[in-house]
Design a protein around this ligand. Structure first.
Ligand SMILES: C[S@@+](CC[C@H](N)C(=O)[O-])C[C@H]1O[C@@H](n2cnc3c(N)ncnc32)[C@H](O)[C@@H]1O
Length: 205
């Protein structure tokens, strides 16, 4: 299912003020924070890296990586989420309003990150992202994803009610995406954080 950009923007504009307020005591937020940390760690950055963060939201990934890389560009469709990302952000961060399905051109790009953003895309849209990433990354460049990716079918997992709004996105199979990334010229490694949360680090061959 393809979700219209204005629907996503309206949803995230509305929740932007409280998006980062949920503490780790809230199960869902705790897993999102864990995934953020895994994405930042597995990006395995270098000070020369140039990062594009897809669906950057309030900038949790971008702002963590920025002090250790040359430049970070965050793209998001929610102006209110971007307003929060801008607050106190390092000088080498740039924020772009737009659709991550038509990502901005970033000179010297070496790493693409996407934390909890790609579940808003359907499989066809994801395949377009893999093709684009394969084209724009240099060999050795990385696509690092953390998201609601299942290794156990969600209907068999307890305690995840409300984690996915079916009007806004869908669970994807972590193993199926890993296979697809390999078919698109990446070497991919999957980390299963939870039965429905996974991190994929895909290196462009
Ligand atoms: C759950 S939030 C994740 C934010 C951030 N990556 C994080 O880890 O905290 C998803 C973000 O993706 C953005 N997003 C979803 N689909 C998008 C699209 N097609 N184009 C641009 N941004 C999108 C939303 O506006 C939202 O800020």
């Amino acid at each position: 299912m393809k979700v219209a950009l204005d629907v996503l923007a309206r949803h995230y504009d509305a929740i932007a003020p409280t998006y980062d307020a949920g503490g780790v005591e809230h199960n869902e937020t705790m897993w999102r924070h864990t995934s953020t940390n895994v994405v930042c760690n597995d990006a395995d950055i270098d000070h020369d890296d140039v990062v594009l963060d897809l669906g950057c939201g309030t900038g949790n990934v971008a702002r963590t990586l920025a002090p250790h890389v040359r430049r970070v560009v965050g793209v998001d469709c929610s102006a209110r989420m971007l307003d929060r990302a801008r607050l106190g952000a390092p000088k080498n961060c740039e924020w772009v309003w737009g659709d991550l399905r038509q990502p901005p051109k970033v000179e010297g790009l070496t790493i693409i990150t996407a934390n909890y953003a790609l579940h808003h895309l359907d499989r066809e849209e994801l395949r377009t992202i893999w093709r684009w990433a394969q084209r724009v990354l240099p060999p050795g460049g990385k696509l690092v994803i953390g998201d609601l990716l299942y290794s156990v079918p969600p209907e068999q997992v307890e305690g995840i009610e409300g984690w996915m709004d079916p009007a806004l996105g869908e669970y994807h199979s972590a193993w199926a995406l890993m296979k697809e990334l390999e078919e698109h010229g990446f070497q991919a490694v999957l980390k299963v954080l939870h039965p429905v949360i996974g991190n994929l680090t895909a290196m462009r061959l």
